[in-house]
Design a protein around this ligand. Structure first.
Ligand code: G3H
Ligand code: ZN
Length: 273
């Protein structure tokens, strides 16, 4: 039951946890946790991760390969792509879904470019996640005070044809504390107004009970990255501190992978409620 497409699980009964992959150890950690829990998950690679590696293909093919040999269904998704060319490359490589992020652009341009990406991706059988909003700054539409209006969201989905919608409901990217305050009433209103599955970004800053409540209120795909890296890095740091003469990367990367996998399994169980 290996590589699948996001659209095969997004309408199912369970929430869809989506974990960001930076290096192959991340993909292995996430797949191991998915196998342990029996959950279907998403491995997602962001444009920032692609920039780190210099290109999509090496880490993209690695993630696709990890999914292909997994004993549980795993989808591979491109996250926060601002470039149409990167979207095309993901489609060529066999990704089943992409997030095209034009949220920093003026609204009309966001709609036009997203609708065009949707047409192209749908011809290839690939699903598209996107996002509206034209607020700038580091956190853009996921700054804590920003909110998605339900009617604007519904109109955006109708105008673009997107398959999933990322919404701003109180979370913020890359938080190291887990105290974001989500607007659950807004999530319920969005769930009623928007005909496609809703995506929560910046989920690392959301406490366990709020993650579960967000799912109950209507969020479907839950994106988590920073929380995994906190566990990975803490473990690597401990091993290196404890063994100053250690040089074999497998010793500390392996420990990081194990710590991360345990946190992924725990988060999957939290989301499943
Ligand atoms: O798209 C990825 C996410 O929104 C992850 O955000 O690092 O705050 O969990 P996070
Ligand atoms: Zn995000």
């Amino acid at each position: 039951m290996p590589l699948i497409q996001l659209r095969e699980i997004i309408d199912g009964p369970a929430p869809v946890p989506a974990f960001n992959v930076i290096q192959v150890e991340h993909a292995e950690a996430i797949a191991a946790a998915a196998e342990e829990t029996g959950a279907s998950v998403v491995l997602q690679i962001s444009e920032n991760a692609v920039r780190y590696h210099g290109s999509l293909r090496p880490i993209g093919v690695a993630a696709l390969s990890v999914a292909a040999v997994a004993r549980t269904p795993i989808a591979v998704h491109l996250d926060h792509a601002t470039s149409e060319e990167l979207v095309r490359e993901a489609v060529r490589l066999g990704f089943g879904s992409v997030m095209f992020d034009a949220s920093a652009l003026p609204h009309e341009e966001n709609v036009a470019r997203t609708a065009s990406v949707v047409r192209e991706c749908h011809e290839a059988g690939v699903a598209v996640e996107a996002e509206l909003g034209e607020i700038g700054g580091k956190d853009g539409v996921h700054a804590p005070g920003v909110r998605t209006d339900p009617q604007d969201a519904a109109a955006y989905v109708a105008a673009t044809g997107v398959d999933l919608l990322a919404v701003a409901v109180g979370s913020s990217h890359a938080m190291l504390t887990r105290d974001a305050e989500l607007d659950f009433e807004l999530i319920s209103l969005l769930y009623k107004a928007v005909p496609v599955p809703l995506v929560l970004h910046g989920s690392s800053g959301v406490a366990d009970e709020s993650l579960a409540a967000a799912v109950r209120a209507g969020m479907r795909k839950i994106n988590i990255a920073t929380q995994l890296n906190k566990h990975f890095t803490a473990s690597v740091r401990t091993v290196l501190d404890d063994h100053p003469s250690l040089v074999d990367p497998r010793r500390y990367l392996g420990a990081g992978r194990e710590a991360m996998s345990a946190e992924v399994a725990r988060l999957i169980r939290v989301l499943e409620g």
